[in-house]
Design a protein around this ligand. Sequence first.
Ligand code: CA
Length: 562
Amino acid sequence: MQKLTHTLLVLTLFLQFSCNQKDPDQQSKRPNIVFIMSDDHAYQAISAYDNRLIETPNIDRIAKMGILFTNASVTNSICAPSRATILTGKHSHINGKVDNHFPFDTTNVTFPQLLHEAGYQTAMFGKLHFGNNPKGFDQFKILPGQGAYYNPDFITKEEGTVRVEGYVTDIITDMTLDWLENDRKEDQPFLLMYLHKAPHREWLMAERHVEDFTRRTFPEPPTLFDDYAGRGRPAREAEMNLLTDMHWAGDSKIYPEVMDELGIEGTSSWDKEAFDREVGRMNETQRAKWDAAYRVINEEFKKAYPSMTPEEQMKWRYQRYMQDYLGTIQSVDENVGRVLDYLDENGLMENTIIVYTSDQGFYLGEHGWYDKRFVYNESFKTPLLMAWPGKTPQGIRSDALVQNLDFAQTFLEAAQLTPPADMQGQSLMPFLTGTGEDWQRDAVYYHYYEYPSIHMVKRHYAIITKEYKLVHYYFDTDEWELIDRKNDPHELKNVYEDPAYSEIRKTLHEKLDALREKYGDNSQISQQYIDEYLDFLEERRGYAGAKDTTLVNKIFQNRNRN
Ligand code: CA
């Protein structure tokens, strides 16, 4: 009996000991998370995907250490809604952040709040664009709204709004490194959200890249002169064309006085204003360096413009666009390199999940466009590179249908937490700890809302598989589009009415219905968001940036008639 008691005591002590030991052990194993996101970074502008435009050796390092997703996508291709989906793990119609106009509903539960409650140290630096401050963060310094490239303001947790002299991408990185070096607690795992404004419009590169990038020329995409003949009204009526919709001053950096001299009208009422707002923030030294290159461009343009054909103008604007857009990416890549070096040099690589992504993709002249919003590949897809060094097999490529919807559950699982049952994604951990071979998803759901608005991309929802896209454009139109992704990689032809596709069309319709059911979306919810949005526009007596007000006027006439 005594022996048994003794044995039990030893066993109890042993169990107690091992239980006590288990917790700190498990705790220390929970990985850090470094979530790097840029704004509007097209996968075409990351050399791990495509090196025709630019080399991004630092961003590519993440793919070398881990996995490159070639079919990663967003659920709604626009800034703030994408961020809301990332933080909540829910589609826009559930988290309520369907467009850029209304502020984010902060009663939503976000993954950083859950990580924070579970003992993670949390910090966010850079662009959020929510109309309110992030919850669940020990530290944050964020740009107000879209933020500025030069001498930007930051909303800070402790010091209110401050203006910082310098270039935005460098400053966000300085803040991030400063936090890692001075505020990070060694005894806690951390979540670091490092969020760039670049390469968002109006694409002002750092002074150090101006001379180089304004002299480069880039290959044109095959669909630069798309006439939209194979598709319907949505593609034709969008206001995203490089020639007709891009700002001459604000985007192409033609000085307002040069526009006046040449008799060029702005492509919108705020064309010149956008230039003055952004370039006007530079100090004398920054402006001098910038002018040294852009004055030359303006002088050359003055001579060339009078004899330029529309086709030549289009080609000129494409080069101008790429020089500035890719120039901003050069600094993103350099600065990502600084952060990766820091992690490396401080022994943090091994237990840190590193993610590089964008809030959506972007058109770099494909279909003659810039901007995003559509479910066509360049904006529907987004770059995604992930690594958990030491755990993730190196150099993997995956064409799995992963989405920004999946991040929240991935990070919660990494932190050994059970995600709330109403999150709608699927953890990507199988890819981080293996090759993800068994990870399954055969279709994803997409829904874009912001219309009528700037760029005039009609409301649409879609089902996307690896082979097809079935899209419904609704509201002031009722058009279906079926794209054969394998046979029409540039997405130029709607085959919805083609009898050869009638079986596929039927199957996709059924799958789309099932997917809408699964995610809880339907036409009543869409109508609620329409009503709310039109009320908002009526109150503002404005059309939120539409260039052609005829369509918008028609919408309101119909509304008042009903
Ligand atoms: Ca964006």
